[in-house]
Design a protein around this ligand. Structure first.
Ligand code: SF4
Ligand code: SF4
Length: 160
C-alpha cells in the first residue's frame, strides 16, 4: 500500500525553524536552507499552486509552519506548494506505520514508531487503552495483525 497522506499538515506545521528561505530568485524560485543540517536546496513553486503563495493565513494557526505550507481554501487541505522540488527529507517522510480511518473514511488515528498511537478520535483512544494497550506480543508483525483485526472488527479501516 503506498503511503496515504491525508494532508493534515501537521508534519510541516513546526518546520519553519528548520526550513528557511535563504534567497529568493524571483518567478517562484528559492534557495532553501535546512538550518539543522546546513544543506541547501533549490526549490520552485508548483505552477498549479502558485496562487496559494500570497495567502499567509496558515501562520495565524501555525506560526511556526514551513514557509511553503499553505491551506487550500475550498477543501481545507494543507499542501506543500513546492511539492515537486521539496527536499529529500520531506520526500522520504512517513508519519505513520498504520493509518486508522473511521467508518466515514476520516482519519481516527495513526500508529507511529512501533506501537505509539496518535489519536484524533477520543473513542479510538479509549478503545486502544482498553483493548490494544493490554496486548502482550513482542513480535511486531504479529502485533500488527492482531491490532488490525481488533480495529477492523470494531468498524475501523486500517491502511499500512
Ligand atoms: S505526512 Fe502525515 S502528518 Fe504530514 S500531512 Fe501527511 S498525514 Fe499529515
Ligand atoms: S518543504 Fe513542503 S513538505 Fe517540506 S516541510 Fe515545507 S511544506 Fe512540508
Amino acid at each position: 500500500m503506498p503511503f496515504f497522506c491525508v494532508m493534515c499538515g501537521e508534519c510541516c506545521s513546526q518546520m519553519g525553524d528548520v526550513h528557511v528561505v535563504e534567497e529568493e530568485y524571483g518567478q517562484g524560485r528559492f534557495l532553501m536552507l535546512n538550518r539543522y543540517t546546513g544543506e541547501r536546496h533549490r526549490v520552485e513553486i508548483d505552477p498549479a499552486l502558485a496562487r496559494l503563495y500570497p495567502d499567509r493565513r496558515i501562520y495565524e494557526r501555525w506560526p511556526g509552519a514551513c514557509p511553503f505550507l499553505r491551506e487550500k481554501p475550498r477543501t481545507g487541505e494543507n499542501v506543500c506548494i513546492i511539492h515537486r522540488t521539496r527536499p529529500d527529507i520531506c520526500q522520504e517522510y512517513r508519519c505513520w506505520r498504520l493509518l486508522i480511518l473511521n467508518e466515514e473514511g476520516v482519519r481516527a488515528g495513526r500508529v507511529m514508531e512501533r506501537r505509539h498511537l496518535a489519536a484524533d478520535d477520543p473513542a479510538l483512544k479509549e478503545f486502544w487503552e482498553q483493548t490494544v494497550a493490554v496486548i502482550r506480543e513482542d513480535d511486531i508483525a504479529r502485533w500488527d495483525e492482531r491490532v488490525t483485526g481488533l480495529l477492523e472488527r470494531a468498524g475501523y479501516t486500517v491502511r499500512r
